[in-house]
Design a binder for this molecule. Structure first.
Ligand code: SF4
Length: 226
């Protein structure tokens, strides 16, 4: 809901340009209320029904900035995760980064645990969003809430805690990643594809995992600088 026709015209230009790159959309209807006394035709009565559908709840919470969303889909079109998994993987009405926040906000975080994590945090969505919604910040807030409420599986929480600890021991971390890169390269064989990976069977059940180069980023970086 915007206060004036002038405000509406700004959004009507912004939406198709951000969505499909068109100058204007065909799906705009302008209703000006019931017919006036001097007019010969038009509706006798004019009713507007505004459906709240959880928006008031959103307004009161930390995700209130999502109420600025005009559903242009620019965030989705620039998201590397959306490009890889497609729209149906998001399981509800809204795909992409907007869905990662809107869906848990409307159906409950406990019913959409995977969504705030379906992002690489590259901030492409935050950059292209025409109404400047800080999407990565909101997803991070939802991730923090998931951890605080214990909504993530025990194994995942333990895995992250272990990774967090190892990441603070540079020598151990370098050794661990060197071993993992070589083992995964070996698993990929001549096809360079891993058909089954332990702990991430949700991924390898439906698609293959590309085998890494066999060297860590640090090793490749060091070799390039020589
Ligand atoms: S979050 Fe921003 S970029 Fe994404 S659909 Fe909404 S307005 Fe468009």
């Amino acid at each position: 809901v915007v206060p004036t026709l002038e405000d509406a015209s700004v959004l009507l230009r912004l939406l198709p340009r951000s969505a499909t790159g068109q100058a204007i959309t065909n799906y705009v209807s302008l209703h000006t209320g019931p017919k006036r006394l001097e007019e010969s035709d038009g509706p006798q009565q004019f009713h507007i029904v505004l459906v709240d559908n959880g928006r008031s709840k959103l307004l009161a919470g930390e995700m209130r900035e999502m109420l600025r969303c005009i559903r242009c889909g620019a965030c989705m079109n620039h998201c590397p995760v959306y490009q890889a998994v497609g729209g149906h993987a998001y399981g509800w009405v809204y795909p992409g980064p907007m869905g990662n926040i809107l869906t848990p906000s409307y159906v409950g975080l406990e019913n959409a645990v995977a969504l705030p994590n379906a992002a690489t945090m590259c901030n492409q969505c935050g950059v292209v969003c025409p109404v400047k919604i800080p999407l990565p910040d909101l997803m991070r807030t939802l991730r923090e809430e998931q951890m605080a409420r214990g909504l993530k599986p025990w194994a995942e929480r333990m895995g992250l805690a272990l990774w967090g600890w190892a990441a603070q021991q540079p020598a151990l971390y370098a050794l661990g990643t060197r071993i993992a890169a070589r083992v995964m390269k070996w698993m990929g064989g001549s096809e360079k594809l891993i058909h089954r990976l332990p702990f991430v069977s949700g991924w390898t059940d439906g698609r293959d995992f590309p085998a890494p180069a066999g060297k860590t980023f640090r090793e490749l970086y060091k070799a390039q600088r020589k």
